[in-house]
Design a protein around this ligand. Structure first.
Ligand SMILES: [Zn+2]
Length: 45
């Protein structure tokens, strides 16, 4: 099941350019968004 909540930390296969691969969920649902935990920048792709 993909039950995520805002504030959860997830790991993805792709690393952010800063080297981090842990992401904080900032929005769930259709408009799913993640924020890099390393440099705190938002990435929506
Ligand atoms: Zn980053």
């Amino acid at each position: 099941m993909n039950e995520y909540a805002v504030g959860d930390i997830v790991e993805t296969k792709k690393n952010h350019p800063c080297g981090n691969k842990k992401w904080e969920i900032t929005r769930t649902g259709i408009d799913f968004k993640l924020k890099c935990c390393g440099c705190r920048s938002c990435c929506n792709d």
